[in-house]
Design a protein around this ligand. Structure first.
Ligand code: NAD
Ligand code: MG
Length: 405
């Protein structure tokens, strides 16, 4: 199954009603941008549940400011702190991984799934299972559990609106078109902070250099993934599950200005692209308001000021993660889930434990190979299987990491 951007389902409420929105991962980069937009359109939206992992102070502030009904902190040890911060407000609170799933199940029209990493799988699946519209920022649902997640959305008769800017762009460029006429989907990549660096320079890159993204302001993990181009590899996998194309119909072009977010080419030679200044509030607003539009206070695109846009082919020698991710997509089964788990461990090790920048790709590739030998790459039967492969792959990555640092 793939997305149909042209027909809103029954999950789309009539315009007169305020749309009820829960935000999973409210304290993160996407979560904060989501709440910023919702706070500017209180006539159209009301906030139901908010979740965070450990930042109680911010979560409590957000819950009070947005008049949320429920606030959930993932770290169970912080329950007392959250309860104290919300005393007298009438806002319910809870803590722990199960409570995150319950937050996703609260009655709402739309759930913004913006928890980082595999921790977002269970809550996002629950939102789908309950028939909520899923505004999907979390990549791991599609990367690690693509077919299973798309089937869960279809089984619940609900809809998925992508938040990742490239997929939001493709969704918009496809809307209303005959899907059988799609010839190619081209995701754009900024190229990250090391686009013009030599292999030797990249080898010596430090975390603070990799965390300086030229165009986008995002969480730490995805910022490192943008520097290695693993992010674009994960996005190829996302796109494969979202849109009616084969792997051979997907490609990537480096576009350092990040103005065109995706291009969809049709069999008649037309190419539809979506453009905008690089600010996540545009795709987030699209996902919240779809099929309508809402205002977002982003910088407006001024083509004359911009002057020119440039494009180049990705260099898979200096940025091997893109090819590693494509190979995992081609291999199929649980290979993308192993890729994702190993990459999360590798990125964390780069940020915290002195793993070299280029070693991220080496470790991920070694883990995929070792996991395959152990039979982990088999196709997952369901969500529990995905979570088991994820846990085993992380363990394997941690063990193999010892040979590197
Ligand atoms: P972030 O690190 O800024 O925020 C992550 C959120 O998830 C926080 O609220 C954090 O508290 C929560 N979280 C983290 N670990 C958790 C756990 N174990 N249990 C419960 N909650 C946990 O990340 P982000 O940049 O906002 O990205 C969120 C997701 O959206 C990621 O999957 C990312 O790949 C995707 N995404 C982000 C952007 C972007 O511009 N930031 C763009 C496209 C896609
Ligand atoms: Mg993206």
């Amino acid at each position: 199954m793939s997305l149909d951007a042209s027909t809103p389902s029954k999950a789309t409420p009539p315009p007169a009603q305020r749309r009820r929105v829960s935000v999973l991962g409210a304290t993160g980069s996407v979560g904060q941008s989501t709440l910023d937009l919702l706070s500017r359109s209180t006539d159209a939206f009301e906030v139901v549940a908010l979740t965070g992992h450990s930042n109680v102070t911010l979560l409590a502030e957000q819950a009070k400011a947005s008049c949320a009904k429920l606030a959930v902190i993932g770290d169970a040890a912080r329950y007392g702190e959250l309860k104290a911060a919300l005393t007298g407000t009438g806002i319910r609170c809870a803590a722990g991984p199960e409570a995150l799933v319950e937050a996703a199940a609260e009655p709402a029209d739309c759930v913004m799934a913006a928890i980082m990493g595999a921790a977002g799988l269970r809550p996002t699946f629950e939102a789908a299972r309950q028939g909520r519209r899923v505004a999907l920022a979390n990549k791991e649902c599609l990367v690690s559990a693509g077919d299973i997640f798309i089937n869960a959305i279809a089984a619940a008769g609900t809809e998925l609106v992508p938040v990742d800017s490239e997929h939001s762009a493709a969704f918009q460029a496809i809307a209303g078109s005959d899907p059988s006429g799609i010839e190619r989907i081209t995701l754009t990549a900024s190229g990250g902070p090391f686009r013009t660096w030599s292999l030797e320079q990249i080898e010596a890159a430090r975390p603070e250099q990799a965390l300086k993204h030229p165009n986008w302001s995002m969480g730490r993990k995805i910022t490192i993934d943008s520097a290695t181009l693993m992010n674009k590899g994960l996005e190829l996998i996302e796109a494969f599950h979202l849109f009616p194309v084969s792997i051979a119909q997907l490609d990537v072009v480096v576009h350092p200005q990040s103005i065109i977010h995706c291009l969809v080419s049709y069999t008649d030679g037309s190419v539809m692209a979506q453009l905008g200044c690089p600010d996540m509030r545009t795709p987030i607003a699209f996902s919240l308001a779809w099929p309508r539009r809402m205002a977002a206070p982003t910088e407006r695109l001024d083509l004359v000021k911009l002057g020119s846009m440039t494009f180049e082919a990705p260099d898979e020698v200096r940025f091997p993660c893109l090819g590693i991710a494509r190979a995992a997509l081609i291999k199929g089964g649980s290979a993308p889930a192993i890729l994702n788990a190993a990459n999360e461990i590798a990125v964390d090790a780069f940020l915290e434990k002195g793993l070299g920048f280029l070693q991220i790709a080496h470790l991920v590739s070694d883990v995929i190979e070792a996991a395959d030998v152990r039979g982990l790459a088999r196709p997952p039967a369901g969500l529990e299987d995905v979570l088991a492969v994820d846990a085993e792959s992380r363990q394997l990555a941690r063990t193999m990491l010892r040979a590197y640092v």
